[in-house]
Design a protein around this ligand. Structure first.
Ligand code: NAX
Ligand code: K
Length: 518
């Protein structure tokens, strides 16, 4: 499913109306009806509904919802925030319909503050149709006052029409405050603000309603982003042929596991195997090799020259050509640590590896200080920063990353020619061609040490199997999140990264059984 900006949605609306010929009022009728329906589905016993309506088309959806609620037995009242003369032509149609049906319309005014508070407090449901995707700049003072009164005094359910009023559709910023909704009904496709904080936290559950915009509109002018969905990559997960052998499924090389951080490299190496790679080798500083060999039975172990302190020697990459022909992809960074000569080391490593690489953890931190390390890459590269690592790469703060997640991810993918997987709630996957994906799977339980190492190994394993970088990133992020969801058996506080690892098989078979059902 696509994910749109405000402008992309306007273009789709316009295409549906002007080129395909579907009247705007038909779309508005469908939109408002879906909002009313979401309410009557959740609150089957009619009560009092307060519809806060602006003068734009978002308000128009509100008038339609008011009419359908009234028809379902609700006592609906419209609170009109703005002069009638400013209503858009489509909104005016449904405003007049409300009038003709005798649905009460109260014109907002400062002196009606007391009445408004009373109505907000008494409402069993509030429909937020004040501001939608057409908001410009910071919310003006009167509308801001209405948003604050709703947030402060509401007792009943709050449903946001399209987006919570006061949220920036494209960035998820609050301008500076937004309605806190219990659920949001959006139209045709989700919008960025449904996935980006802080707005995402104001949306509640997001319901995407079909309002009759034909699919051909998006095919004509595809939005640049989509929600990560197995239909996009499922076909790459072929069943294993009975004639195959381990070499058929590639060989992942994990480079990391310095002293004190061996576990990270092990998790990545095993994740590569769990996701289906035929072989996995974990390359660690030589002093670590005996410990690793005692710990791991499923992966191969390879000691590289170390610096006497349990870290890689500056010139340790020289050992790589000995066996390089065995591998088909690499995951560099899990448990790597920092060490003298790391910049030259990383540059040489990335230059020497001729196949796809996923670069993670301290691999990214080294890259932040030595950006030229990517320059001589020959194969595809996937960068998997968490917000702290992204901040170091981009020279900003973690808060700076959070406020511009999708912009930064896109810029870095374009700038480096790599696939960028910016981790977090709704991980963003950005591709070098400017397109992006937002991931729907995962759970807060996965905010735990080692979770990222498993992801590196999952993506690395898919790369090792010969799956292209863009597909491996999308598929890996989705399956990793799904495995995390499946792994939460008891408390969401207690999940261990090794349990995500154990559930990768269940995540894969869930996909296979979904396909059987489809
Ligand atoms: N045909 C279409 O284009 C459709 C649009 N739909 C609805 O229309 C919405 C977009 O409608 P519009 O483009 O008319 O815009 P909105 O209704 O989102 O916003 C425009 C209104 O908000 C006011 N406004 C703008 N910035 C403001 C600010 N900073 N502070 C206070 N007031 C501000 C404007 O004066 C105007 O009254 C969507 O969110 C969706 O709900 C749906 O009806 C489906 C069809
Ligand atoms: K709204």
């Amino acid at each position: 499913m696509y994910l749109t900006t405000a402008q992309e949605m306007r273009d789709l609306d316009r295409y549906a109306i002007e080129t395909i010929g579907i009247p705007g009022v038909v779309l508005m009728e469908n939109a408002g009806k879906a909002v009313a329906r979401s309410l009557t589905d959740r609150l089957p016993r009619p009560g009092t509904a307060l519809v806060l309506a602006g003068t734009g088309n978002n308000g128009g959806d509100g008038f339609v919802a008011a009419r359908h609620l009234a028809a379902a037995g609700w006592k609906a009242v419209v609170w009109l925030a703005g002069p009638e003369e400013k209503l858009t032509s489509d909104a005016r149609v449904f405003f007049q319909v409300c009038r003709n049906l005798g649905i009460p319309v109260v014109r907002d005014a400062e002196e009606r503050r007391g009445e408004l508070i009373r109505r907000i407090e008494e409402a069993d449901a509030i429909v937020d149709a004040l501001l939608g995707t057409g908001i410009r700049g910071q919310v003006r003072p009167r509308a801001l006052e209405l948003i604050r009164l709703v947030n402060e005094h509401r007792r009943g359910a709050v449903v946001a029409v399209d987006v919570p009023s006061g949220a920036d559709t494209d960035t998820g910023a609050l301008l500076p405050e937004a309605i806190r909704a219990d659920w949001t009904v959006t139209f045709a496709y989700p919008k960025w603000c449904h996935y980006l904080l802080p707005a995402a936290d104001h949306c509640g559950e997001v319901i995407v309603a079909d309002i009759g915009i034909p699919r051909s509109a998006a095919e004509h002018r595809p939005p640049a982003a989509r929600v990560n969905d197995p239909s996009w990559w499922r076909e790459w997960l072929l069943p294993r042929s009975r004639w195959s052998h381990k070499g058929t499924y590639g060989h992942l090389l994990v480079v990391g596991g310095s002293r004190g951080m061996l576990g990270a490299a092990v998790l990545a190496g095993l994740a590569g195997l769990r996701i289906g790679a035929g072989l996995s080798t974990v390359a660690v500083p030589a002093a670590q090799e005996p410990i690793l060999a005692a710990k791991v039975t499923d992966a191969l172990v390879w000691g590289w020259p170390d610096d006497g302190e349990g870290r890689f020697a500056e010139d340790s990459v020289r050992i790589l050509p000995e066996r390089i022909d065995r591998f088909t992809a690499a995951a560099v960074g899990p448990g790597l640590g920092r060490f003298p000569g790391e910049g030259a080391w990383l540059r040489e490593l990335l230059e020497t590896l001729p196949f796809p690489v996923v670069l993670d953890a301290d691999g990214l931190n080294i890259l932040a200080e030595h950006p030229d390390a990517l320059r001589a890459r020959r194969g595809e590269t996937i960068l998997t920063p968490h917000p702290g690592e992204m901040a170091r790469l981009a020279g900003t703060t973690a808060a700076g990353v959070e406020s511009s997640r999708h912009t930064l991810a896109r810029e870095w993918a374009e700038k480096t020619g790599s696939v960028v997987v910016l981790k977090g709630t709704h991980t963003i996957i950005a591709f070098p061609d400017g397109t992006q994906m937002v991931n729907p799977t995962g759970t807060p339980a996965m905010a735990k040490a080692g979770s990222g190492d498993v992801l590196s190994g999952v993506i690395g394993g898919l790369l090792a199997r010969g799956i292209p970088a863009s597909v491996a990133a999308a598929m890996g992020v989705y399956l990793h999140g799904l495995a995390g969801e499946l792994a939460v058996r008891t408390s969401e506080h207690s999940l261990l990264a090794s349990e995500i690892l154990s559930q990768l098989g269940a995540a894969l078979s869930r996909l296979a059984s979904d396909r059987a059902r489809a």
